[in-house]
Design a protein around this ligand. Sequence first.
Ligand code: NOJ
Length: 560
Amino acid sequence: MTLTADARTDAAHSTAVPPWWRQAAVYQIYPRSFADSNGDGLGDIRGVTSRADYLAELGIDAVWLSPFYPSELADGGYDVADYRDVDPRLGTLDDFDDMVAALHARGIRVVVDIVPNHTSDQHAWFQEALAAGRGSAARERYIFRDGKGPDGAEPPADWVSVFGGPAWERVADGQWYFHNFATEQPDLNWDNPEVRADFVRTLRFWSDRGVDGFRIDVAHMLTKDLAEPLPSRAELDALPFDGTHPLIDRDDVHEIYAEWRKVFNEYDPPRTAVAEAWVAPSRIPLYARPESLGQAFNFDLLQADFDAAEFRRVVSDNLTLAEASGSSSTWVLSNHDVVRHATRYGLPPLPGERGRDAEKHGSAWLRAGGPESALDREGGLRRARAASAFLLGLPGSAYLYQGEELGLHEVADIPAGERQDPTFFRTEGEEIGRDGCRVPLPWTAEGSSLGFGADGAHLPQPAWFAQYAVDAQEDDAHSTLELYRRALKLRHELQTEEKLEWIETGRDDVLHFRRPNGWEVVTNFGVEPYALGAGEIVLSTAEDASGEVPGEATVWVRTA
Ligand code: NOJ
C-alpha cells in the first residue's frame, strides 16, 4: 500500500490555518486515577470537571480520556460493556456533557478512547452470543470456533494472548472464542457488517456530543484472516508483518478507517483520530494519512535510551515519516501502559543491554521488587525534565500522561493483593504489569488520599507521593509542574511551521535544533556543560543555566 500523490497534496494545501491537532499538546487522563469527586476511591468525570482550571493553567490544548465506559474493569476499562454510556461509578452522560462544556469553555478539546478490537464479556452482544449458541447470528459478531481433538476439547490453535496465557477460551456448550487480550475481552469479528455499523454509530454518538477526536485502541488488530486451517503459533510467529499477516496490521483494516474518515469529515471541524498501532515504522503513515485516521502514535522516544544519538535518529526518522503521510508527528514519553519515564531514566542499564527500553528495562526492575537502591530518583527526574522539554520543543503533537507534569515516579511496591492489571495475574506475577503508573494523583501533600478524594484510593499511594503533590509544587519556580506550565505556555509561540533544523554541536552528547521562528532547543545528554551562543534563555530545566547548558538539561533560547 502506498500513499496517493493527491492525498499528500491535499494535506499540504487544504487549509490556510493548520488544523488544531497538528501541533497540539494532548494530556492523557486515566479517569479512575485522576480525581475522585464522590469519595468512593475511583476517579470520575466530575473529578475531571473539578480540575478544569488546573488543566487550563497547565496550558494543554486537549485532553484524551482513557475509557470511562461501563466496564467490569478486567483491563482498566479497556473492556467496554457499553460504548455509548458512562460507567455509573464514574458518573452519567450529563456529567460527561458538563465536563465537555467546562473544558471547551477553557479552550481545551476533548478526545475519547475507542476500543474496537474487543468488547467486554459483559457487553450485551457477548452475553447474547453465549445464550444463542453455536451457528447463531449473535456468535457471528465474535470469533467462535469448534475445538480440535476427538471431543473438541483442545483449542482451535495454540495461540498466546498479548497478556500471557492462551488466546482461546472454551464456553459452556464446548465452542471456543478468540481473545487477543484478557479472557474477558472477546475479539470482535470485523467481517460482520453489524459490527462495522455499530462503531460508526458510536463515533457519531460522541461526535454529536461535541467530542473533538478519538484515540483508537490497537488500531492495527481489527481485521483478521481466519481461514482454516488456522496456523500454529510457531507458523504465525514466522510470518512477515507486510500487510498480509493473519492477525496484525493487515492492509484491509484501512477499509474500516476510510469509512470512519467519511464520518469524521461530516463534522465541522472534522473530528480527528490518532491510531495506537504498534507496527513497523514504514507502515505508520498508512494509519496517519488524511484518508485514514489522520495521525498515529510513534512510540520510539518512549523506547529510546536517554541518549543524544538515539533521540536524533528517532526525531529525524519520524519527521520524515510524518511528511510522507501528510500528518504531523506525535511524541510520547509516558502513558498508562509503560513505566514512567522519570523512573526509566533513573535505572542503571540492564547488564548486556544498552537501552533503557520501557518494556524490558522498567519491567525487569519491577520484577525484582523495584529495590529503591537501584533507582536514582533525582537523576531520573533530572533526565526526564530534560527529555520532556526536548519533546515539547519538537514540531508535531506532544502526548503527555497525567502525573508526568509532577515528575512522578513509578510505584513499584504495590502488594499482590491490590494489583489490578490482568498481565500480572495471567503471567502469575512474572510480569508485574502497569498498575505502578496508574496510582491516583497526589493533589495535596496532606489530607485524605493526598487530595485525590476520600481515603482508600483504588490503588495505594506511597508516602513519598506527598512530596510530588500539586500544592507542594505550585509557585515553586523550580518545580516540575511550573516547568511544564512555562514550557506549555511558551510552546504556543514556538509552534509555527512544523520544521526543525539541526545545528551541529561538535559533541556526540548534545542536540541542538532551531525552529523556523528562530527559537532554539538545546539538550545536553552528557555531564560536561555546553556553551551557548547569542540569545535569551527563555526556559531551562536546570536551575543554574546562564550562557551554558549544564549536564542533563534542556534550555530553550530565543534568538530572534
Ligand atoms: C492498548 C491499551 O493502551 C491498553 O491499556 C489495553 O490493555 C490494550 N490496548 C487492550 O485494549
